[in-house]
Design a protein around this ligand. Structure first.
Ligand SMILES: Cc1cc2nc3c(=O)[nH]c(=O)nc-3n(C[C@H](O)[C@H](O)[C@H](O)COP(=O)(O)OP(=O)(O)OC[C@H]3O[C@@H](n4cnc5c(N)ncnc54)[C@H](O)[C@@H]3O)c2cc1C
Length: 552
C-alpha cells in the first residue's frame, strides 16, 4: 500500500479501543499508511485508566474492564508489547467470605491448596476438583484454538467456504464421542446445572459459577451460561497458564497505551476527538469516512471497531446493506445490566473470616460477592422483573495489592464489577437509583468486612447509560453484544460475515462483536487487519479489486 495525498490514507480504523489499535498496528506494520479515528479525547475504549475524581487526581482507576486474560502471545510478541509497557501481575486466588462465617480461596494452579480449601466445605467436592480441572483443561484444548480460528461461512456452497468448513471439520477429526458430548453440554447447559452434576456444596458451586455470569444478561440458571464460564476460563495472559488472570501495571489503559505506542512506532497516526459520522459508500464499496465536523477522509481499506449498531446502522445506513444483514444487526442482543463501581480506599477490607487490614493473600485476587448460585440468581431475577438487585452480585478486585502506580502510598483502589440493574437502564441515567444500588453493594461487603464502608474515600459509578453515551457500549453490554449461543462463532456478528469482512467491499469489521470478542484480547482487531491485508495482496496479485461480498 502506498502513501498518498493529505486526507487520503491506505487504511482508516474507526474507533481507538484496544481492537482498533491492534488493527492499526498490524496494518501499519504491513506498510499501510494508517489513520485511527477515535471519538473520545482518549484511546482505549473500554480498556481505559482514568482519574474520575477531579479533587483527587492522584487516584486512577481502570474505569471499565479491570483484568487481563485472553491477549494471545502472538499479538504480544508481534507488537513487542512488553517493550511498550505491557506488564502483568498474575492475580492471587479467588476469595469469597460467607455471611454465615468462614471463607473459601481457589487458586488458578495449586491443586493441593484447592483441595484443602474445598475440603472445608465438602470432602466429596474436594476430591472432585482435580477431575473438574482436568475436564475444563480438556475442553480448553478444543475451544482455545477455536478463538484464533476464522469461523467458516457455514451453509454456504461456495467452493472456498466449503473447503474452509471441511478444513475445520478435519482439524477436529480426532474428537471422540465423549469430547463432543462435553462440548455440547458446555454449549447448551446452564452453569448451575453443570455444577450440580459435579459438586454438592453451595459455597463451592457459588465460587465456580461466577465466570458463567460475568457481563451476561442471564443468571446462573439460564442455558448457555456454562459456555460463558468456559470463555472466561480458557484465557492465557501470555505466560502459557490456563485461565490465569492478571493486572496490568497502570491499569487497563496501559494495555491500550502499549498497543498504541506499537502502532505509532510502525507509523500509524492516531487522531482524538475525531468522531466518525458516516462511512462513504460508492458503488457498493467503502471509500472513506466523514467526521461529525464535516471533514472527509479517504482510504481503500476501512476497519470499523465500533459497536455493530453504530458501525452498520448509523454509519453506513440500511440502504447500502442487504436486508437480511440489517435485520440480523437490528436483532443483535446487547444487554447486560452491569454497573461498574470504582472505589478509593484508605485501608484494605478487614474480613471477619480472615481478620486484618494489612495486605494478605486474599486481597490479591478477586474479592467476590457471590456466596451462592441462588444469591446470583436472585440478583438477576430482581433486574429481570424491572428492579435493580436488592443484593447485587460483585466480582471485586484490588489491583493496588500489586500496582503502586494507581494510588498514593497506603491507600488502595477497589474495582467492583457488579450486576444487575434492569436492561433498559441504558436509556436513562438513573443517577439516584444507581447511588442507592451502590450503597446496597457497599453494605453487602460491609457485612463481611466491617471496616469497609468507613474506608471509602471516593466512589465512581458507571451505569449502562454512561457506558452507552460516553463509551459507545450500546445497551450497556460490555462485549458489544452478548455471548449468547446464537451470537457466537459463525453467527458473530451475523451469519455469513463472521470472517471479519462485511457486505461492503473495502470495509472490515473487528470489534468485540466478532468471533473471539469480547474481552481485551485484540483478536478481532488482529483478524480484521489480516483479512484486509490478505485481500489487498490478492487484489494486487490479480491486478484487480476482488469482490468480497460473502453471503451466498
Ligand atoms: C465494565 C466493563 C468491565 C469489563 N471487564 C473486562 C475485564 O476485566 N477483562 C476483559 O478482558 N474484558 C472486560 N470487559 C470487556 C472489554 O473491555 C471489551 O470487550 C473491549 O475492551 C472492547 O474493545 P473494542 O476495541 O472492541 O471496543 P471499545 O473498547 O468499545 O472501543 C471502541 C472505540 O470506538 C470509539 N467510538 C465509538 N463511536 C465512535 C465514532 N462514531 N467515531 C470514532 N470512534 C468511536 C469509542 O470511543 C471506543 O474508544 C469489560 C467491559 C466493561 C464495559
Amino acid at each position: 500500500m502506498a502513501a498518498a495525498q493529505a486526507g487520503t490514507y491506505d487504511a482508516i480504523v474507526v474507533g481507538g479501543g484496544h481492537n482498533g489499535l491492534v488493527a492499526a498496528a498490524y496494518l501499519a506494520r504491513s506498510g499501510a499508511r494508517t489513520l485511527v479515528l477515535e471519538g473520545r479525547g482518549k484511546t482505549g475504549g473500554a480498556a481505559t485508566t482514568e482519574a474520575p475524581w477531579p479533587d483527587a487526581p492522584e487516584f486512577e482507576v481502570t474505569r471499565l474492564s479491570y483484568v487481563m486474560s485472553l491477549l494471545p502471545p502472538t499479538i504480544i510478541k508481534d507488537l513487542e508489547l512488553p517493550r511498550h509497557g505491557y506488564k502483568i501481575f498474575p492475580m492471587g486466588p479467588y476469595y469469597q467470605a460467607f455471611p454465615e462465617g468462614g471463607s473459601i480461596k481457589l487458586y488458578a494452579d495449586d491443586a493441593r491448596r484447592n483441595h484443602e480449601e474445598v475440603s472445608k466445605w465438602s470432602k466429596k467436592d474436594a476430591d472432585a476438583m482435580p477431575r473438574w480441572d482436568a475436564w475444563l483443561a480438556g475442553l480448553a484444548e478444543v475451544l482455545g484454538p477455536l478463538l484464533l480460528t476464522v469461523p467458516p461461512n457455514l451453509g454456504s456452497r461456495k467452493p472456498r467456504d466449503l473447503s474452509e468448513t471441511l478444513r475445520l471439520a478435519w482439524r477436529h477429526r480426532g474428537l471422540d464421542v465423549r469430547t463432543i458430548a462435553d462440548v455440547t453440554r458446555l454449549m447448551t447447559m446452564s452453569i448451575a446445572d453443570l455444577l450440580d452434576d459435579w459438586f454438592e456444596s453451595p459455597q463451592v458451586k457459588g465460587a465456580l459459577a461466577v465466570n458463567g455470569v460475568i457481563g451476561t444478561w442471564a443468571g446462573p440458571f439460564e442455558p448457555g451460561t456454562a459456555y460463558v464460564m468456559a470463555h472466561h476460563s480458557i484465557g492465557d495472559v501470555g505466560d502459557g497458564h490456563l485461565g490465569n488472570w492478571g493486572f496490568q501495571e497502570g491499569g487497563m489503559g496501559a494495555v491500550s497505551s502499549a498497543i498504541e505506542s506499537a502502532a505509532r512506532e510502525h507509523g500509524a497516526e492516531v487522531r482524538l476527538n475525531a468522531r466518525v459520522a458516516k462511512v462513504i459508500v460508492e458503488n457498493d464499496r467503502a471509500r472513506g469516512v466523514v467526521l461529525d465536523n464535516g471533514d472527509e477522509l479517504r482510504a481503500s481499506v476501512i476497519v470499523s471497531t465500533v459497536h455493530p449498531r453504530i458501525a452498520f446502522l448509523d454509519q453506513i445506513g440500511r440502504e447500502h446493506l442487504p436486508p437480511d444483514f440489517v435485520t440480523d444487526i437490528e436483532h443483535w442482543k446487547t444487554r447486560s445490566g452491569v454497573v461498574k463501581i470504582n472505589l478509593a480506599l484508605s485501608e484494605l477490607p478487614d474480613f471477619t473470616a480472615d481478620p486484618g487490614s494489612q495486605l494478605q493473600e486474599h486481597h490479591t485476587g478477586s474479592v467476590e460477592m457471590a456466596p451462592t448460585m441462588e444469591y446470583m440468581e436472585r440478583a438477576f431475577q430482581d433486574a429481570r422483573e424491572g428492579r435493580p438487585a436488592a443484593r447485587p452480585f460483585s466480582d471485586g478486585v484490588i489491583p493496588t495489592a500489586f500496582d503502586k502506580t494507581l494510588s498514593p502510598e497506603g491507600t488502595h483502589i477497589m474495582s467492583l464489577f457488579t450486576q444487575w440493574v434492569p436492561q433498559d437502564w441504558s436509556e436513562q441515567p438513573h443517577t439516584a437509583e444507581l447511588e442507592a444500588y451502590t450503597d446496597r453493594m457497599i453494605d453487602c461487603y460491609n457485612e463481611l468486612a466491617p471496616n469497609f464502608k468507613a474506608s471509602i474515600l471516593h466512589r465512581d459509578i458507571v451505569g449502562p447509560y454512561e457506558m452507552e453515551q460516553e463509551y459507545g457500549l450500546v445497551g450497556g453490554n460490555i462485549f458489544h453484544g452478548e455471548l449468547s449461543l446464537e451470537q457466537l462463532f459463525h453467527m458473530r456478528p451475523a451469519p455469513g460475515y463472521a470472517d471479519y469482512r462485511t457486505p461492503l467491499r473495502g470495509l472490515y469489521y473487528g470489534s468485540s462483536a466478532t468471533h473471539a470478542g469480547g474481552g481485551v484480547c485484540g483478536i478481532p482487531g488482529w483478524q480484521a487487519a489480516r483479512a484486509a491485508i490478505a485481500d489487498q495482496k490478492a487484489a494486487k496479485r490479480s491486478g484487480s479489486v476482488r469482490r468480497l461480498t460473502r453471503r451466498s
